[in-house]
Ligand binder design. Sequence first.
Ligand code: ADP
Ligand code: MG
Length: 140
Amino acid sequence: MISNSLEETKKIAYEFASSLKGGDVVFLEGDLGVGKTTFVQGVLESLGYTEPVRSPTFSIMNLYPIMNHETIKQVIHLDFYRFETPEEIRSLGLEEMMIDTKNVFMIEWPEKGLEKESKMKYNKVIKFISLPNGAREIII
Ligand SMILES: Nc1ncnc2c1ncn2[C@@H]1O[C@H](COP(=O)(O)OP(=O)(O)O)[C@@H](O)[C@H]1O
Ligand SMILES: [Mg+2]
């Protein structure tokens, strides 16, 4: 799919969110500024989360409670861009959180260590590509 604006990226995210279910682990792959966090903002809006959604670039992990959804109780938004040591990831306790199938994980920069340091298995990958004219290609 092609997105020509932040709003179009959110629309694509709304559509994606309708197929999301508890236990999903989503990897978001693509360069800085390509729209990964914007996509997560769209997913959260679609799930009824009304507060601001900020990038977890510095916090590494942000948790969002979801009300009134059949299978999802919480969205866990992670960004490993600034990840430095395996201990940082272990201290988050992701493997325990994965046992709860009402959690959904949305993970930016998973390739920065996560795949090596955790047994975390993903079941969905979304690829974001910047096109020369400023648009984005989003492959779901
Ligand atoms: N088609 C588009 N989709 C998403 N963001 C876009 C698009 N075109 C321009 N932008 C801008 O690009 C930036 C994307 O930022 P962000 O979602 O934080 O990226 P990432 O998390 O991939 O680093 C925003 O400032 C947004 O306004
Ligand atoms: Mg981001």
